[in-house]
Ligand binder design. Structure first.
Ligand SMILES: Cc1cc2nc3c(=O)[nH]c(=O)nc-3n(C[C@H](O)[C@H](O)[C@H](O)COP(=O)(O)O)c2cc1C
Length: 354
């Protein structure tokens, strides 16, 4: 029976287990966006995962939305990430980089020349940006002109090339959690009247162009896509998510991606919110490897794998406090408690001290 410790072929790679470390922003990077030794130590400590997905990484200066987060758009950043990938590879694991453009989830103080953040439409999100001056209210973003979009697609392609250059085994396109690609996908944030807005087909166009451009750079088998069909984190909603995301899956199906990575339900909600989306239907439609996430423990993970409702499971918060999570799951050892107060603050504490 398939379980967490059954090996799996993912694109060109054979993974020894189906335990994936989910992407997690930890806000422990200097303002230049360059990873340092401490970050390499953090990832190396967690390299018993079958696959690690890095924290989200800005594809351009315009793609930055939080203080102390990394980039993958200049040579110094490539050099910094190389230390991370080498340490992870020395431990025999694989690591993909998560490609990120935040769109409207930013602030002029984080943007080049103090510009407005960009988005599909000029709609301000509720909430506050995480800036170097503390939390500041989001602003009304500038709607992208049609002719600007190709430049952002090219930034994605260049960033993917740099990720491979830095030694990553592949890339994950962050199309989840209310950031730029998700803003194009969903009706509450996309009110465009050009070829990138309106119909479901048009709203999928930006994601589709990003996937094609990155696939040219990396080969499709080294590309994953992360989606969050009903998550409303970052003030995002859709009128008909089931139809939208089934269409997204149909589009991705023919491409031969390494995997799709589905955040089921709502994150940061303590699991209190009832799921209304039918993930089984999504899974049944997808012909490649399906990675499930959100609130999984061993029992639920083994059940999902044995029934085929997922091919891999990604764990986020359990990996923060349990660098040796696969061993603990294998031996049914108790898990360390995480300290949420250290999730997004600088320093070693709660980062490499577990
Ligand atoms: C500290 C923290 C940072 C996160 N950063 C990211 C991120 O950079 N990219 C992303 O796609 N999801 C991010 N997430 C969401 C996680 O990948 C994951 O979906 C979520 O924690 C639910 O999985 P879990 O129940 O296994 O923790 C983050 C979550 C946490 C707790």
């Amino acid at each position: 029976m398939t379980g967490l410790f059954t090996s799996i072929k993912l694109g060109p790679y054979e993974l020894p287990n189906r335990i994936v470390m989910a992407p997690m922003t930890r806000c422990r990077i200097d303002a230049d966006g360059v990873p340092a030794d401490m970050n390499a130590t953090y990832y190396a400590q967690r390299a018993s995962a079958g696959l690690i997905i890095s924290e989200a990484c800005a594809i351009s200066a315009q793609g930055v939305g939080y203080a102390n987060t990394p980039g993958i758009y200049n040579e110094a950043q490539v050099e910094g990430w190389r230390k991370v990938t080498q340490r992870v590879h020395n431990k025999g694991s694989r690591i993909f980089l998560q490609l990120w453009h935040v769109g409207r989830i930013s602030h002029p103080s984080l943007q080049p020349d103090g510009n407005l953040p960009v988005a599909p439409s000029a709609i301000r999100p509720a909430g506050k940006a995480f800036t170097y001056d503390g939390p500041l209210p989001f602003v009304i973003p500038r709607a992208l002109r049609t002719e600007e979009i190709a430049g952002i697609v090219a930034d994605y392609r260049d960033a993917a090339k740099k990720a491979l250059d830095a030694g990553f085994d592949g890339v994950e396109i962050h199309a989840a959690n209310g950031y730029l690609i998700d803003q194009f996908l969903r009706s509450s944030t996309n009110q465009r009247e050009d070829a990138y807005g309106g119909s479901v087909k048009n709203r999928i166009r930006f994601l589709s162009e990003v996937v094609s451009a990155i696939s040219e750079a990396c080969g499709t088998a080294r590309v994953g896509v992360r989606l969050s069909p009903e998550n409303h984190f970052n003030d995002i909603f859709d009128d008909a998510p089931q139809t939208l995301f089934e269409n997204v899956i149909d589009h991705l199906n023919s491409l031969g991606l390494a995997y799709v990575h589905i955040v089921e339900g709502v994150i940061h909600s303590s699991g209190k919110i009832k799921k209304t989306f039918n993930y089984g239907k999504l899974r049944a439609r997808y012909q490649g490897q399906y990675m499930a996430n959100n609130g999984y423990g061993k029992k639920r993970a083994e059940a999902a794998l044995s029934t085929g409702s997922a091919d891999l499971i990604s764990f986020g918060t359990p990996f923060i406090a349990n660098p040796d999570l696969p061993n603990r799951l294998a031996q049914n050892l108790p898990l360390n408690k995480m300290d949420e107060s250290t999730f997004y603050v600088g320093g070693v504490n709660g980062y490499i001290t577990y």
